[in-house]
Ligand binder design. Structure first.
Ligand code: FAD
Length: 176
């Protein structure tokens, strides 16, 4: 799909980038920074030429497939699953070396996260003094991750998760 866009980049058939479509540092639409609905809307508003080079299936049909690169939400859900699962597997009494590795991981994660706008906001959040990773025990780290996730929930206008229940959600399963 992106190849097709590249091929068409200078003609009138190029999909218009609607407001919700984030561009990457290369100036092209960033799939991992954009929701599926915005991504599809970009193609719905485009005139697809009948002889688009290298495209044998309509771009809209391609956008409906499920085995495609993740959008911002799929990437987010998968990432939070990994991050909370890391806290669930974290030791109750981690060694100093483990704590250092964990802080290093979070720092690198915030720099490498593929949605660059999310990564930039997450780095800013991490730098606020009170948000420094707390990794001296599983309980502390699990709560800290819950608070990190809640900061994104609040930014997106979603409800906060009850951090007293992080362990039930991610480690033990629900009590009730
Ligand atoms: P998710 O928020 O992905 O949550 C998955 C599940 O985790 C939920 O179903 C719930 O059971 C559980 N959960 C929810 N909150 C908590 C919590 N506080 N603690 C423990 N468990 C919880 N998206 C954007 O649009 N813009 C951004 O700037 C952005 N930044 C992100 C930064 C990071 C570091 C990450 C990992 C993701 C970011 N995302 C961002 C993605 C966003 O957070 C969501 O993952 C995405 O919107 C999908 O949301 P969802 O409602 O399916 O559930």
């Amino acid at each position: 799909l992106l190849e097709a866009q590249k091929a068409d980049s200078r003609d009138e058939h190029t999909p218009r980038f609607s407001k919700g479509v984030e561009l990457g540092p290369d100036g092209k639409p960033c799939r991992t920074c954009t929701s599926s609905s915005e991504w599809k809307a970009m193609f719905k508003s485009a005139k697809i030429p009948s002889k688009t080079p290298a495209v044998t299936t309509s771009p809209l049909a391609i956008a409906d497939r499920t085995d495609c690169p993740p959008d911002i939400e799929q990437l987010g859900r998968a990432s939070w699953t990994l991050l909370h699962s890391i806290t669930a597997a974290y030791p109750s009494n981690p060694s100093p070396a483990k704590q250092t590795e964990t802080r290093d991981f979070l720092s690198l994660f915030s720099k490498l996260y593929p949605c660059h706008t999310c990564a930039s906001d997450f780095q800013t959040w991490l730098k606020e003094g009170r948000n420094a990773p707390r990794v001296s025990s599983r309980e502390e780290f699990g709560r800290w991750m819950c608070e990190a996730h809640n900061a994104v929930n609040v930014k997106l206008g979603k409800e906060k998760f009850d951090c007293d229940r992080w362990e039930e959600r991610w480690r033990t399963g629900w009590k009730d």
